[in-house]
Design a protein around this ligand. Structure first.
Ligand SMILES: [Zn+2]
Length: 373
């Protein structure tokens, strides 16, 4: 029953007492496809699934241990425990939802220290496993026998780090003749915040992914808060985005935890002039529908999903009866849109019921959808 002195012990029961003993001969690294702390991983395995790992490593390098290393854990399929009693030690790590992001520097350092301890404690050789049951180190998708039905865990970035950083790091630690217990490096309290929030249905903060992330990055650069970018901004939220957003929050007078670099509704609205929405309507699609549907057979739909968003907004503004919210941009919807245009002060052909950029954006601003070209 070995417990790593560099980890916070969070013993999982009944697994820890109930599962059979193993002689650990392998270490398998995983990504959990969630930006979780070790505590959150513990709760997940305690409450939601039994496919636990021995260890969990958070983005900040914090390590939790859930089961002793000489007890079977269930994350590695046939490598959990073999007929001869040998088995794999399983190490989970926080990642983005698609496990495409690299380990942070703190995670790499923590994995190196943990790997060196496992080598010392159990004699696991510092090399890549050459077969499914060969002693050594590996990552989950290295051998099909280690997963039930195949896995993409971990992503390519972490496989490269395993080969170029983690395993060489363990080898250097071991051959460097360090005699003390390998421990993860101390964590810094002023490291960038690494959590995500959902604002108006879209995610922001470390690990978030999507066009809304790029939009924030570009707005930060445009407002003079882009100094931490060495690349990007792009659709992946990294530490540089957090640090730039923090500079922007400071410029608004925010302090303390309100200026931790993770967006809130108010700062986001002030940066962008609106709150981006996962509901998106293409102007070109809606115009195409307005030119096609009225002349087609009753109920004809062109881009029905987007038209429905516009129709619901017109209904909510009081220009269209709810029963005509049907995804077909027919004559009644055109008339309703014309009335909305007149309410904005448009006249003549500017109020012909064919959506234009400014009127559609105004409707979206009022009713919570985004307009693209
Ligand atoms: Zn895995």
């Amino acid at each position: 029953m070995a417990w790593y002195p560099g980890a916070e012990k969070m013993e999982l029961q009944p697994e820890s007492d109930a599962q059979p003993a193993i002689v650990p001969t392998q270490v398998i690294f995983h990504s959990i496809a969630a930006p979780w702390t070790p505590r959150r991983m513990y709760e997940y395995w305690r409450d939601s699934t039994n496919l636990e790992s021995h260890f969990g490593v958070g983005y900040d390098g914090a390590v939790g241990q859930f089961i002793g290393t000489q007890t079977r854990a269930d994350a590695n399929y046939r490598a959990n425990r073999r007929a001869d009693g040998t088995g794999a030690v399983s190490v989970e790590s926080a990642s983005n939802d698609q496990h495409t992001d690299p380990w942070t520097d703190a995670q790499v350092a923590a994995l190196v220290a943990l790997g060196a301890w496992l080598h010392r404690q159990h004699g696991i050789p510092v090399r890549v496993c050459r077969s499914t049951d060969d002693p050594g180190f590996g990552y989950h998708r290295l051998f099909p026998d280690w997963s039930d039905g195949g896995t993409a865990c971990p992503g390519d970035a972490r496989v490269r780090q395993f080969q170029n950083l983690v395993l060489p790091g363990i080898a250097a630690f071991v051959s460097g003749g360090g005699t003390g217990t390998p421990l993860p490096p101390p964590r810094s309290d002023d490291a960038p915040a690494r959590y995500r929030v959902t604002v108006n249905g879209l995610e922001y903060g470390y690990g978030a992914h999507g066009p809304q992330v790029r939009e924030v990055g570009e707005a930060l650069v445009a407002s003079g808060h882009g100094s931490h970018y060495t690349a990007g901004p792009d659709e992946d939220w990294r530490d540089a985005d957090t640090l730039n957003y923090q500079d922007y929050q400071h410029s608004l007078g925010y302090t303390g935890s309100a200026a931790d670099g993770v967006p809130g509704e108010e700062s986001l609205r002030r940066l962008l002039g609106r709150l981006p929405s996962p509901r998106r309507v293409s102007l070109a699609h809606v115009v195409a529908a307005a030119r096609t549907d009225p002349g087609a057979e009753q109920g004809h739909q062109t881009y029905g999903g987007e038209v429905r968003i516009v129709e619901q907004a017109l209904a909510d503004e009081g220009y269209l009866e709810q029963r005509w919210v049907d995804g077909s941009l027919g004559t009644r919807t055109v008339q309703a849109y014309a009335a909305f245009q007149r309410s904005l002060g448009y006249a003549g052909t500017d109020a012909n019921g064919i959506p234009g950029q400014r009127s559609l954006r105004e409707l979206g601003r009022r009713r919570g959808f985004d307009v693209t070209d």
